[in-house]
Design a protein around this ligand. Structure first.
Ligand code: MEV
Length: 306
């Protein structure tokens, strides 16, 4: 009865632009979703029959499964709708547990299939969340890379995927009370990009900024990284993916942080702050209306099997 787990993540730089092939940097965090799979007389998920399952991700994954019926149980340690990659952690752990029933533990194949599931369910996605969850650590997706581990493509776009060195830094993720599905936000940005050249110019500027961020990250220069995070946030705001609740939370911690930005799809969702005062930042985010705030540590492991 294989159990597989996979971590959540946050995006440090480059969300949305990465959907258009620009580079992004994401980090796995120390929160994991665990999935156990066993062959069974009928397919169930946490005791529910497939027709009763509401998650589109789970329905999509099980519709692709060609093996015997399976009984699945899920323990999610990644808060949902939080910008922390709960759907990617679920998809990666789910597929890792399923494939493991057939003795297949090929991380690349699992990451590619999880990406395909997210792409189908969200109607467009980059492989950022799923690859970071599969690999763990700090991951670069898209852009020019000399020694990528993988390259995934969809239509005319392709993304190189590789690990990058990251120093020990302290981050706080604040989750707003505004729930905003990734699919809707990706579509909103797509409309902007398709309707005006201005949209694509912002995407290009985010891409250029991430190239600078990679050197700042390698040097472990918190000041430079913070400044780039702030610039990245301003560009995301111009893409119209911020909202008053996010701005209020962000304003409340600006002075205690090197940099603060939306992380993930935005529209609500979450912010991430780079700070050396994580406890104060967490408290301030909560006072400014956050649904919850988490001091997150980098997680070096991606998929793990019991
Ligand atoms: C969502 O976590 C990040 C986005 O860039 C979408 C994607 O990369 O699939 C908004």
């Amino acid at each position: 009865m294989p159990t597989a787990s996979a971590p959540g993540k946050f995006i440090l730089f480059g969300e949305h632009a990465v959907v258009y092939g620009k580079p992004a940097i994401a980090m796995a965090v120390n929160m994991r979703t665990e999935v156990t799979a066993a062959f069974s007389s009928r397919t169930t998920v946490d005791g529910m029959l497939l027709k009763e399952v509401r998650s589109y991700y789970i329905r999509e994954m099980l519709s692709r499964w060609e093996g015997e019926p399976v009984s699945i149980s899920i323990h999610s340690g990644v808060p949902p709708s939080s910008g922390l990659g709960s759907s990617a952690a679920l998809s990666v752990a789910f597929i890792a547990a399923l494939y493991s029933l057939n003795g297949d533990r090929d991380i690349r194949r699992i990451a590619e299939e999880a990406f395909d599931v997210e792409y189908t369910v969200q109607g467009g996605a980059s492989p950022t969340d799923t690859s970071t969850s599969a690999l763990g650590g700090a991951v670069m997706v898209g852009g020019e890379q000399e020694n990528p581990l993988w390259e995934f493509s969809k239509g005319e776009r392709s993304w190189k995927i590789g690990r990058i060195e990251s120093p020990e830094l302290s981050f706080v993720v604040g989750v707003s009370r505004v729930h905003s599905p990734t699919k809707i936000m990706v579509q909103r940005v797509r409309r902007l990009v398709e309707r005006s050249p201005f949209g694509m110019e912002i995407i290009d500027s985010i891409g250029e900024l991430v190239t600078d961020a990679i050197s700042a990250l390698k040097k472990g220069d918190a000041e430079d990284m913070g400044e780039l995070m702030n610039r990245n946030h301003e560009l995301l705001r111009t893409l119209n993916v911020s909202c008053p609740e996010i701005e209020r939370m962000r304003d409340s911690v600006m002075e205690m942080s090197y940099g603060v930005k939306i992380t993930g799809a935005g529209g609500g969702g979450s912010i991430v702050a780079l700070t050396d005062r994580p406890k104060d930042v967490k408290k301030a985010m909560e006072s400014a209306g956050a649904r919850s705030a988490y001091i997150v540590n980098a997680e070096k492991n991606g998929i793990l099997w019991d």
